[in-house]
Design a binder for this molecule. Structure first.
Ligand SMILES: [Zn+2]
Length: 602
């Protein structure tokens, strides 16, 4: 996208100015300049324009260093081919979670391309030889397999194969080599803090179908591919390859792990017959999930740390026993969801959520026998649920909420369930109910309430909100609900919950409905009225260990109604950094540095 290119240039400029003494090195030169030996054998401190003093790059030492620093571009090509094969090998035992969320687009005269329909896929991907994807969503999305893209079926039978998105993690799984491809050096370029060599990759004639065609970015220390942008060609009969922009992160020493893929098709410019238009985000996480084998469990048991933490040495009273029993059910579920790669481990983001819950509790004199905890569901669909005293909120929902008051509102509904004693079900205290395969999670767990409890929780939630520090800001909540209502009919997949009650049913927002009338009317032309945000702008997930944290981005200046993009999918533009180096630079000061990435999803 145009914006992306501009930001790239900006990043490059910042880096160049930070390293004036290295200026000749950093300038993108028209000629393919061979990287010299000194540059590659050093941990290149000039590549990190962070506020911290450059540390002696532990990542560079830890990674399997190339035998000798390359002196020609041909050697660089050999190195990144070798590194790509090493990555495929090292990930071949992994089965990360893969999520694709796709929005079909239609053209709106005022807002430009807007979602007309959406689709959602979630599964585990086997990164081994056989590319397999086990789907978490079983029954409800079966029809997906046969659904065709609007208007396109006359030409080809195109299906959104979930595989179609997740296999774009590699340029070419089997034949990424000189026999099948031509590599042409383009220039040097910074992606975030990482200096890269850019190559155009084209398949050789008659090298077969489905070969990668596009551009790759190779970091200049370990010579790993960090980004791929392009498509696959030629397509087999009756099928079609999507364009993709695939990003990797340096999450473990020496390897850059596939993390985000953005795909987009369609052109709304004048004269173009719109045959197909969509945008899709694919996220991969859970690389380091335990396999759940007995061996794993045994190595994790530390007997010396197991002790009875109950308050008294006496037997529990019936009420105490009941509470311990419920706690056990709650802990079982939280553990099981975490090991299935659906919940982030407890972390930094939970402190923010817990603070909001605390604000609600304190001002309402809510005093519960057990503390309320919060956890983040790693998926995109807008969802909250609670199990026992644990409130779970999805990453996608945190992303789109415009402010703290709206966050408080969605959390207050679950707090109300807890206060009203709706979460006393304890069937999950029996451990046999936790014994199912990860892809059976959605079939085996569920925390939906009956309509009467939903209505009671909404009523209580509004009571709680009106007594809280957020009482004066409920107009914002009303605005958010209006924005959600405006898009709800088109975003059925985003609003389909998998474990809790939905926020909307059949295209109508049902959650906290009484607040929807509150506040001003929704007005796209009011540029300062931000009712809901695009997906991916708030929460940053570490795809290796699933930890979640808030993204720190500079506020974006909205210049037209098209910039608002509520609930929409946007391209990824993660700020790349080497392993062990801080990806988020401390307070940027230069003008170019404050350039906000379009919804940096990482
Ligand atoms: Zn509920």
């Amino acid at each position: 996208m145009r914006t992306s290119n501009w930001i790239l240039t900006a990043a490059l400029l910042v880096s160049v100015s930070a390293t004036a003494q290295q200026a000749t090195e950093s300038q993108p030169s028209a000629q393919p300049a061979a990287p010299d030996a000194t540059q590659t054998s050093q941990p290149a401190p000039q590549a990190a324009p962070s506020a911290q003093p450059a540390s002696p790059a532990p990542a560079a030492d830890a990674q399997p260093a190339p035998q000798a620093a390359p002196t020609t571009m041909a050697q660089v090509v050999d190195l990144f081919i070798q590194r790509e094969h090493a990555l495929i090998k090292v990930l071949s035992t992994r089965t990360p979670v893969v999520e694709t969320y796709l929005q079909n687009l239609t053209s709106d005269p005022q807002l430009g391309p807007v979602p007309s329909e959406d689709h959602y896929f979630l599964g585990r991907m086997d990164m081994g030889e056989t590319v397999d994807r086990k789907d978490y969503l079983k029954e409800q999305d079966k029809s997906m397999e046969t659904r065709l893209m609007g208007g396109f079926q006359k030409l080809f039978k195109v299906q959104y194969q979930p595989m179609g998105f997740s296999w774009m993690v590699y340029a070419d799984r089997t034949d990424f080599d000189r026999e099948h491809y031509d590599f042409r050096y383009v220039r040097r370029e910074f992606l975030g803090d990482v200096r890269c060599l850019v190559f155009d990759v084209t398949p050789k004639k008659n090298s077969g179908r489905g070969r990668f065609l596009g551009r790759i970015w190779v970091e200049d220390q370990g010579f790993n591919i960090v980004r791929l942008n392009g498509t696959y060609a030629p397509a087999p009969r009756n099928s079609y390859f999507f364009h993709m922009d695939s990003w990797r992160l340096n999450l473990i020493p020496g390897y850059w792990v596939p993390s985000f893929i953005y795909s987009e098709e369609g052109d709304f410019s004048a004269g173009v017959k719109n045959k197909m238009a969509f945008k899709a985000q694919t996220r991969i996480w859970g690389y380091d999930l335990k396999k759940g084998t007995k061996d794993d469990e045994l190595t994790n048991i530390r007997v010396d740390s197991v002790q009875d933490s109950s308050a008294t040495a006496q037997d529990a009273s019936p009420l105490q026993a009941e509470r311990v029993w419920q706690q056990q059910a709650e802990d079982n579920v939280v553990e099981r969801l975490t090991s299935a790669g659906l919940l982030a481990p407890e972390g930094e983001l939970d402190h923010i959520l817990q603070t909001v819950v605390n604000n609600l509790e304190v001002t309402n004199n809510i005093d519960l026998p057990r503390p309320v905890r919060t956890r983040v569901l790693l998926t995109s669909p807008l969802e909250t649920f609670s199990v026992g005293n644990t409130i779970v909120i999805s990453r996608g929902l945190i992303d789109v909420l415009p402010d703290e008051a709206s966050l408080a509102a969605v959390l207050s509904h679950e707090l109300a369930h807890i206060v009203l004693g709706h979460n006393l079900g304890s069937k999950y205290a029996f451990n046999d109910r936790m014994l199912f395969s990860d892809d059976g999670t959605y079939q085996n767990l569920g925390f939906k309430h009956i309509p009467e409890e939903e209505a009671a929780a909404d009523k209580k939630a509004i009571e709680i909100l009106k007594n809280s520090p957020y009482a004066q800001k409920l107009d914002n909540v009303g605005l958010f609900l209006k924005a959600l209502q405006a898009r709800a009919p088109e975003l059925g997949a985003l609003l389909t919950t998998h474990l809790g009650n939905p926020l909307a049913e059949n295209g109508t927002v049902t959650r906290l409905q009484a607040l929807e009338s509150q506040g001003p009317a929704l007005d796209n032309n009011k540029l300062d009225q931000i009712a809901a945000l695009p997906l991916g702008g708030r929460v940053k997930i570490n795809p290796w260990n699933d930890t979640a944290e808030m993204v720190k981005t500079a506020p974006v200046a909205i210049t037209s109604a098209r910039d608002k993009m509520p609930f929409e999918v946007t391209p990824f533009f993660p700020r790349l950094a080497r392993y062990g180096e801080n990806a988020a630079p401390a307070t940027p000061t230069t003008a170019a540095n404050t350039a906000p990435a379009p919804a940096p999803a990482n």
